[in-house]
Design a protein around this ligand. Structure first.
Ligand code: IPD
Length: 290
């Protein structure tokens, strides 16, 4: 069967590579840091510039397509998925890493279409996902039903079924609300004390998900990340043979800001048992009245 979105995906891969070059060059310069929702939710001019570069290049080629971009949403654009072809863009996933030169940053681009016809599970909303880990020069790609790859080589999740033999990735996120932080620490303690072999975090949700897809960690979970952090990675994980779940079990909802991405259902369900769940404001909530 002809691959309807092949050209579109090729455009995404080259846009991600160009964006990654800009991000790597910017690491050599002074980075002016601004904040968004809180003093630890960082943004730089490079995030904004790279998002615009990607959006402009897509608009020139595909003028009717829509966008959900991290920095455009921060600037007041709506965050909605429709049946229209929609690009979900995180220009720098790992902005805090970028600011501090902690060496993991990624450009994440997902492409979703026909939302209404694919409500069963979130990855079905995503036609392709591209995560470019630019400092490592690793291009992760997945096309729905056609597998996941890193620099062209097929990816496969770990075969581990025993949580006690597993390494789990997670993040602390950018909320400093004491109640949320308490719950994050309770979950972390529960999981560490199973006990697991270790807990890791790359500082970018997208790269954590690519680590699951690559079999380097068995699972990644987080409450508080956004759709643009995980949309591409979710397809990369499921195309590498992994599973996605909500943190209380059941189908994941990419707008809910909650995710468990694991190598298999046994590991995902075991992690779900240990998570002290909460629900941050959804990505598709209407913006607060000013
Ligand atoms: C953040 C990173 C981080 C995760 C946060 C995200 P950003 O994305 O993915 O690992 O913990 O929840 O918001 O702000 O660097 O694009």
């Amino acid at each position: 069967m002809a691959d309807r979105w092949q050209n579109t995906m090729e455009h995404a891969v080259s846009a991600a590579r160009r964006a990654g070059q800009v991000v790597c060059e910017a690491l050599q310069d002074d980075r002016k840091v601004m904040t968004k929702s809180s003093s630890v939710d960082l943004v730089t001019q490079t995030d904004q510039k790279v998002e615009q570069l990607i959006i402009q290049s897509v608009k020139e080629k595909f003028p009717t397509h829509r966008f959900i971009g991290e920095e455009s949403v921060a600037a007041g654009e709506v965050c909605v998925l429709t049946d229209d072809p929609t690009w979900i863009i995180d220009p720098i996933d790992g902005t805090t890493n970028f600011v501090h030169t902690f060496p993991f940053v990624a450009v994440s681009i997902a492409f979703s279409v026909n939302k209404q016809r694919s409500l069963v599970s979130a990855p079905l909303q995503v036609e392709f996902g591209v995560v470019y880990s630019c400092l490592e020069d690793k291009m992760f790609t997945a096309r729905r039903g056609r597998g996941a790859f890193c620099n062209g080589k097929p990816l496969q999740v770990s075969g581990q079924e025993d949580i006690k033999q597993s390494v789990i990735a997670t993040e602390f996120g950018s909320s400093r609300d004491p109640e949320a932080v308490d719950k994050i620490f309770t979950s972390l303690k529960n999981i560490l004390c199973i006990p697991v072999h270790g807990v890791r975090g790359a500082g970018t949700a997208a790269i954590n998900m690519c680590l699951v897809a690559s079999g380097c960690v068995e699972a990644y979970y987080e409450i508080g990340m956004h759709i643009w952090d995980v949309a591409a990675g979710s397809l990369i994980v499921s195309e590498a043979g992994g599973v996605l779940m909500d943190v209380e079990g059941g189908a994941v909802d990419l707008m809910s800001r909650r995710i468990v991405a694991a190598n298999n259902g046994t590991i995902a369900e075991r992690i779900v048992k240990e998570i002290d769940a909460f629900s941050p404001p959804r990505d598709d909530d209407p913006p607060p009245q000013k």
